[in-house]
Design a protein around this ligand. Sequence first.
Ligand code: SF4
Length: 330
Amino acid sequence: MDSRMDSAAAASPLYEARGLTKVFTSKSSAIGGKPLVVRAVNDVSFDINNGEVLGLVGESGCGKTTTGRLLLRLLDPTSGSIVYAGRDIARIPNRAMRALRKDMQIIFQDPFSSLNPRMTCLDIIAEPLILHSSLTRAQRREKAYELLRYVGLPKEYAPRFPHEFSGGQRQRIGIARALSVDPKFIVCDEPVSALDVSVQSQVLNLIQKLRHDRSLTLLFIAHGLNVVKYISDRVGVMYLGSLLELADSEEIYLRPLHPYTQSLISAIPDVDDTAGRERQLLRGEIPSPTNMPSGCPFHTRCSRKIGRCADEKPLTREVAPGHSVACHLI
Ligand code: SF4
């Protein structure tokens, strides 16, 4: 099946993922002793262009975080290719990957558990430089101070430990650490979902600023379309490991085509009132990834399904320049 979803935008991809698949297999389940198989990412294809922000949305367990970790090769893909800057990195050995690690960083969802509680703020930010630069200790310290200022924290906070900061401040430290090695690409893995609403926009503004200041390419992962629309050039919608729709963020917000995307848009307060659309609420629970439905992965919850949906997986089609959808109705 060709589930390729290409960008119609700039033809200069930093990343090209093709047929990306990740299957997790447990040794054996508690009941029956059979191994549990989870197809976390299932034949997913997309590009991320140089300097763009690609948003990835979907409910918990849809495979968006696994996709981000595959791109960074923090996980090994089961099959498929990952071309980074013209080179297939899907199966290159760890030693070769180490040289590329400096280019690729991650900002985690939970800033508290991602920071070493026994290290000071200064050491956390400077630590990646020990491995990835030839800077002296004094130079590393200077760079950490400079990054602290950049993310909006005073130099005086440098000797403090993670527990002495608020959630928003800890996320700023995580961002400074990611920036310390001057990466080209950052996976932002739900970077604001663990934060109070009052500080979410401050952290989003900081991510916007660093994207423009440093010409970064980002994969921005989030639960809801309202957050990704604000920051992304294009948005991909994932469900049970599959990429169901991909389009420019404005396009997907105004003209969602896949029934699942339409449900996600409906969940955003005030959207349907302004667009005059009928509200389409999601029914039922997301199926277990250990027991994937046949055919269209969304058919068990889709109010518009037709006869073939339960048996036949829909092909992905480009319905307009840069707008691709996997649904039998489209
Ligand atoms: Fe619904 Fe069928 Fe389209 Fe799947 S392929 S989203 S079940 S209409």
